[in-house]
Design a protein. Structure first.
Length: 765
């Protein structure tokens, strides 16, 4: 782009500052981001080439297969698209150097086997294929839970129809939403910036951040290589393989007396909320800690402290939910349901096998059903954060969204929009037609495929997805925080049709999958927007790779489920089995199953509005409505920047149970270092290396994790590498089966008379 073009863009945008002002959260951060993203383009660079089809297909298949198998792990490992970016680069270079140039004519489309040097645009499109494989398909949560826990198999035909219809409907919605989620410059999408930095590093694309300033600097590519090797080595000798106990650094457990079981449990990152717990496992931190703005990290940490470190312990010790005897094998950090006797609640105990509906007589005989306060806080957060997202979006962004709805080229004078508009856009009609076709297909599956989903419920699920997608993805595009529609979809159908868990799971899957796939597709579109990839090439790559990933994931799913009956039993045991079963407990399927009991079998009315859990819903909805209004009024009438930086949807979105809770504090400390200290006091270093290193750390750990997950090699037992069934367990003061340095075994510690030791700091008298 010429100097004149840049001046014209600057002049044309000066008059639009006021109309776009409501989108700005952190102007300084957004100005820094503009120096990381390329601001030039060459329309002659090849993009959708023979190399893209070959390498894209290979990595889509490989990553999709691996991640589908990893879905069954207790602590799920996800091969990110960074692995595709890293490994495809040398292969693309090799193909460019060795393949002869032949012109292929495929259905009238000319394809050159070697159009020249391996380009950055080809690399981005290969990443689109890889990211489709890495992001997974939500329908498998539904298929897995109903097969393991409800003994329901639809058959290959209906399985595949359900997979493809639910996973591709998001295409239509993504295309419709792109004008107000992709084109606005203030929709920065912080989580895609590491990918952008990696592409510019590999291909030497000049940006303001890496241009020659007359000083000698380490190249971004070399920094990436060193970062990946160092982090991979640390992960190898540390929590990834040789010293797995370093996954957990429970400071409170080490400080508190060993016989104070309450503090030991609250400090446990596996059993409890992990108060003051850290982790040296980078997979629990991820590149997001170095990608999201610092204000977003502060909001997320504040949410976790308020809910998990303060309210959850008080609710547990004070027995706010009248939960009766605490089950010996159920941790606070659990997705299990249990009754007043402390017995785990399972579907087979109250569900009729004939029609898979609730047997009310059996249900009433079990008494009140409970779940943990940490699980309750997650449901509170799902309700409150969604209401807050909708309210916040309407207050801050409503007028700008309407302006973009009326005018598709509203941002035509934005620098990046001006460059991308040189390429033919995908017509809106393509997206609308595709959305309609997939809507018809999912309705047919619901009616005839065995998932008991009537046509009106399918239409309601789609309508709910449309209503909730824009506000939730707008939060993701500005704060980098993911909000889902899973709980609100469960709540809605559970109120309308209680007692039918299979129907509820299918309804939830359709609603959530549409929104989730829409978000993943928009991520690719935003990367393409930043890197100036022809939109139609993005569309073709997304669509074809989604169908490829669907077949591959289904093959992997059936392989794991059918190869050995013990695999299903490991999921039922939820990580409590000995040996390999502890690593393959299928936490994701157990969470999905528990939700089917709460919202489907029991129903929202029975479980919440007729029980002690009613405040979880109505207080959550009220908080989500009131807090955004208070912050908006404060900004409008009091003034000050912090009203904008305090984000209600993030503050009201605590994470749920099931993971290593030592990762939250660690992530925040990484954010303090990267997004506050280095950003504030070393801005040149930050612009040049921050996002490159974020991807390097992810790639290094992912490659090590992938290698040992497939080889199943185990390192020798010693003090820092102690499995739950190992002899070295006696070296720790922690006890089985949690094995995270904390003393867990003991009586129900809410009755402090049952053990000796210091008075419980959280006890209520």
């Amino acid at each position: 782009m010429t100097e004149k073009d840049l001046k014209d863009v600057k002049a044309s945008t000066e008059g639009e500052v006021e109309q776009q002002k409501s989108f700005v959260i952190d102007e300084e951060f957004e100005a820094m981001i503009s120096e990381i993203v390329p601001t030039t383009d060459d329309t002659e660079i090849p993009s959708l080439t023979f190399r893209v089809w070959v390498l894209g297909f290979f990595f889509c298949c490989a990553v999709a297969f691996a991640n589908e198998i990893f879905l069954f792990r207790t602590n799920q490992i996800v091969l990110s698209s960074f692995v595709t970016v890293l490994l495809s680069y040398p292969l693309g270079r090799i193909m460019a150097a060795t393949l002869p140039s032949y012109k292929l004519n495929i259905f009238g489309y000319e394809l050159d086997t070697n159009p020249g040097p391996f380009s950055v645009k080809e690399h981005v499109l290969i990443n689109v294929w890889g990211s489709t494989g890495s992001s997974g398909i939500y329908a498998f949560y539904n298929l897995g839970a109903q097969e393991v826990f409800y003994d329901l198999k639809l058959g290959a035909f209906w399985d595949l129809m359900f997979i493809f219809a639910s996973s591709t409907m998001g295409f239509g919605l993504a295309g419709i939403c792109r004008r107000f989620l992709i084109r606005p410059s203030h929709m920065i999408w912080p989580t895609v910036l590491p990918s952008v930095a990696l592409f510019t590093a590999f291909h030497g694309v000049e940006t303001e951040a890496n241009k020659d300033d007359g000083h000698k600097h380490m190249s971004q590519l070399r920094a990436f290589g060193i970062g990946a090797v160092v982090m991979g080595f640390l992960y190898l000798i540390g929590p990834g393989y040789m010293s797995k106990m370093l996954q957990y650094i429970p400071l409170l457990c080490w400080i508190a007396p060993k016989d104070n079981l309450a503090l030991q449990r609250l400090g446990s990152p596996k059993w409890g909320p992990g108060i003051l717990s850290l982790s040296l496992d980078w997979t629990t931190v991820g590149a997001g800690a170095m990608a999201v703005p610092f204000w977003s990290a502060v909001n997320s940490m504040a949410s976790w402290v308020i809910f998990a470190w303060l309210l959850v312990p008080l609710a547990w010790q004070g027995n706010w939910f009248k939960q009766g005897k605490w089950p010996q094998k159920t941790p606070l950090n659990s997705t299990h349901l249990f009754d007043q006797k402390g017995t785990r609640f399972l579907a087979g105990q109250v569900i009729r096998t004939s029609d898979r509906t609730l047997d009310e007589a059996k249900f009433k005989s079990r008494g009140t059903i409970s779940f943990t306060p940490l699980f309750a806080s997650a449901y509170f957060g799902h309700i409150s954060s969604l209401v807050a997202a909708i309210t916040h979006t309407a207050l801050w962004y409503g007028s700008d969204i309407m302006a973009r709805v009326r005018n598709a080229k509203y941002d035509k004078d934005d620098l990046h929009c001006k460059l991308i508009d040189k390429y033919p856009e995908v017509p809106d009609s393509w997206y609308w037609v595709f959305f309609a076709i997939t809507g018809v297909l999912i309705t047919i599956v619901g009616q005839f495929g065995g998932i008991d989903l009537p046509w009106w419920a399918t239409l309601l699920a789609i309508a709910l997805a449309i209503a909730g997608t824009v506000p939730t993805i707008m939060i993701f595009a500005t704060a980098g925080v993911t909000l889902g529609l899973n709980v609100v979809s469960q709540f809605t159908i559970g109120l309308i049709v209680p007692g039918r868990p299979i129907l509820m799971m299918a309804f939830k899957c359709v609603c959530f999958a549409v929104s989730w796939q829409c978000r993943d597709l928009l991520i690719d579109l935003k990367i393409g927007h930043y890197m100036k990839i022809p939109p139609r090439h993005i569309f073709i790559s997304q669509l074809v790779s989604q169908f490829v990933a669907g077949f591959v994931c289904y093959g992997a799913f059936r392989y794991w489920m059918d190869s050995d009956p013990i695999h299903k039993q490991w999921v039922v045991d939820a990580g409590n089995a000995q040996g390999m079963g502890a690593e393959w407990g299928g936490t994701s399927f157990n969470t999905y199953y528990s939700a089917s009991l709460i919202w489907g079998a029991i129903g929202a009315k029975r479980f919440f509005f007729e029980t002690q859990y009613a405040p979880v819903i109505w207080v959550g909805a009220l908080a989500g409505l009131v807090l955004p209004i208070v912050l908006w009024l404060g900004h409008k009438y009091v003034g000050g920047s912090w009203w904008v930086l305090a984000h209600p949807a993030v503050l009201l979105s605590p994470n749920g149970p099931g993971s290593n809770n030592g990762g939250y504090l660690t992530s925040f400390l990484v954010s303090i270092w990267a997004q506050f200290f280095m950003y504030r006091y070393r801005p040149l270093w930050w612009k040049r290396y921050n996002y490159v290193l974020a991807t390097a750390f992810d790639v290094g750990t992912a490659l090590v994790a992938l290698f040992f997950s497939f080889t199943q090699w185990e390192f020798v037992e010693f003090f820092l590498n102690c499995p739950t069934d190992g002899e070295c367990e006696s070296m720790h003061f922690g006890t089985k089966p949690w094995n995270d340095w904390c003393t867990i075994a003991g009586p129900d510690v809410r009755d402090i008379s049952k053990y000796k030791g210091p008075i419980n700091l959280y006890a209520t008298n």
